[in-house]
Design a protein around this ligand. Structure first.
Ligand SMILES: C[S@@+](CC[C@H](N)C(=O)[O-])C[C@H]1O[C@@H](n2cnc3c(N)ncnc32)[C@H](O)[C@@H]1O
Length: 511
């Protein structure tokens, strides 16, 4: 394997000694006094050297790495550092993290234990690209489906697996763990520990300037956790950098969920409740080059630059996340071909009702038929998803799930047709412009923003999700804002448990 690939497979970003020292000095501020120290993927050993400098009372230090050049290098650096005392306490082992019985290893060490280091920065799909095999045996890449079955996802960080394992194993001991990792990984590891009710008395995250220390642009942090035999604490303080004394915010675990901002959550949790309006996703078609077209005079140009004639019946003006989040355009330039009105609807009839559209779909059938997502299996040909009468409501209040902006926009009809949205957007439907403007006003209020920000982690790929939007009870919010009567006036229109989708009898007739 070429050198660079090897570096990728083993997630090889060595921690500079000054950062390792800074981290050890932070641990001293927390009065950490370990009797044993473990660096489970020690590399060239800078954490081991710093630990020996900062924790002179330690009895034993264990450094492990899969790369024997590194363990040899680490060994000789320690021996060459004549200023270091206690080098005889250090043992370097050339071993594979995944073949070690960690439970047994920790049981043989005197407590308190400190696990310190910087596990590999690589995901299993990154490994897949380079045909690497640095994985626990059960998660072998050859059995890719197996990984998904075990982890529930096709892409996960190797370090997440390592950190979970280490934290599980030190759970019954007096111990602390201080490791560098991606911030998203740190959050997942804490979530897993909190979910299994592991006793942690302290959880802290310190953001790290990865450009400065690793010449890499990654949202990474120091995750510092200390275990307890008795105390439980489900909060994690987040600091902007290693020198900060007061946290920027606190996230945590409440009622089985991760909460992004504990203060906002505590302040506004009484607004959680029933979804008075139902949140929906935009339309999923997975074939933008065929299904999304630009109008040119009376014809339409697709993503293959082909100019086609299509009946108007199945074409709708559309907006995407970027149109919603950035400069919202009153007159959409893109049109979406939507072959169904409701989910599962038979598409054969397009053959008769719109022959040009049918011909067009058939011409691109090779692309449409091989759309990868399993949702297309066993559904009529040319199906789309996230489709229902609600997709064609004339008035909608919309937000983009992708953009880092909490702003809700009112979208009305264009050229007498309802505007449809792509599947990166979420919306609720309204009967009138007046109602949509009122709902947008509620959702854009400072209180609603604070409520939502209690649940949103802005560094996630899709920070805003249906689950988060659904948590807000608009009636409780309206009460808080003194606008209860106005909202009740609108809600009166929806006798069937406020399900607005029941209202739309026709595609464009809902005014
Ligand atoms: C991000 S580097 C960090 C090295 C060291 N912890 C430091 O902070 O400088 C990750 C290290 O993990 C080692 N590594 C990768 N996979 C491993 C495995 N399965 N078992 C043990 N070490 C491994 C790599 O050789 C590399 O030295």
């Amino acid at each position: 394997m070429a050198g660079n690939n090897k570096k990728i497979e083993f997630g090889d970003f060595q921690t500079p000694i000054e950062l390792a020292r800074q981290i050890c000095s932070l641990l001293i501020r927390y009065s950490i006094e370990p009797l044993s120290i473990v660096e489970p993927t020690c590399g060239r050993g800078n954490f081991v050297i710093a630990a020996l400098e900062y924790f002179p009372n330690v009895l034993k230090i264990l450094g492990i790495d899969i790369n024997n050049e590194y363990t040899e290098f680490a060994q000789s650096s320690i021996q060459a550092s004549s200023y270091l005392c206690g080098t005889e306490k250090v043992n370097f082992n050339n071993d594979d993290f995944f073949s070690i019985d960690w439970e047994k290893a920790f049981n043989s060490l005197p407590s308190p234990v400190l696990v310190i280091g910087n596990p590999p920065w690589v995901t299993n799909s990154g490994l897949g690209r380079i045909k690497g095999n640095n994985l626990p045996q059960k998660l072998n890449l050859q059995n890719h489906r197996g990984i998904e079955a075990i982890t529930g996802k096709s892409n996960f960080d190797i370090s997440e697996w390592m950190l979970n394992r280490l934290l599980e194993c030190i759970g019954h001991k007096q111990a602390a763990l201080a490791m560098l990792c991606k911030t998203a990984v740190a959050r997942k590891v804490l979530f897993a520990a909190w979910k299994r009710k592991q006793h942690l008395n302290l959880s802290e995250i310190y953001h790290i300037d990865t450009l400065k220390y690793f010449d890499a642009n990654v949202d990474a942090c120091l995750l510092f956790v200390s275990t307890s035999l008795t105390d439980e604490n489900y909060d994690c303080q987040v600091y902007e950098n290693l020198n900060d004394n007061s946290p920027a915010f606190t996230f945590g675990y409440r009622q089985g969920h991760l909460v992004a901002n504990i203060n906002s959550f505590e302040k506004w949790k009484h607004l959680e409740g029933k979804g008075r309006y139902r949140w929906r996703s935009g339309i999923k078609h997975d074939c933008a080059k065929v299904m999304e077209l630009y109008r040119e005079n009376s014809r339409y140009r697709n993503g293959f630059n082909e100019l086609v004639e299509l009946e108007e019946e199945y074409l709708f003006p559309m907006l995407k996340s970027s149109n919603i989040a950035n400069s919202y355009i009153e007159s959409p330039s893109r049109w979406m071909l939507v072959p169904q009105r409701i989910s599962g609807e038979n598409t054969d009839k397009i053959h008769k009702s719109a022959p040009k559209t049918w011909q067009y779909l058939e011409r691109y059938a090779n692309l449409l038929d091989k759309r990868a997502s399993s949702v297309y299996n066993k559904h009529p040909r040319f199906s789309v998803f996230g489709i229902g009468e609600y997709s064609f409501a004339r008035w909608k209040v919309v937000i983009s799930g992708f953009y880092k902006k909490l702003f809700f926009k009112v979208v009305g009809p264009y050229e007498e047709k309802p505007v449809v949205l792509d599947d990166t957007c979420y919306f609720i439907t309204c009967r009138t412009q007046q109602e949509a403007c009122f709902i947008a006003e509620l959702l854009n209020s400072d209180i609603a923003k604070e409520f939502f920000s209690a649940f949103i982690f802005w560094d996630e790929k899709r920070p805003i999700t249906l689950d988060k939007l659904k948590r807000l009870d608009l009636l409780k919010l309206a009460c808080e804002l003194g606008l209860e009567d106005t909202l009740k006036g609108f809600l009166k229109q929806y006798p069937e448990q406020y399900d607005q989708s029941l209202l739309f009898s026709g595609i464009v007739s809902n005014t």
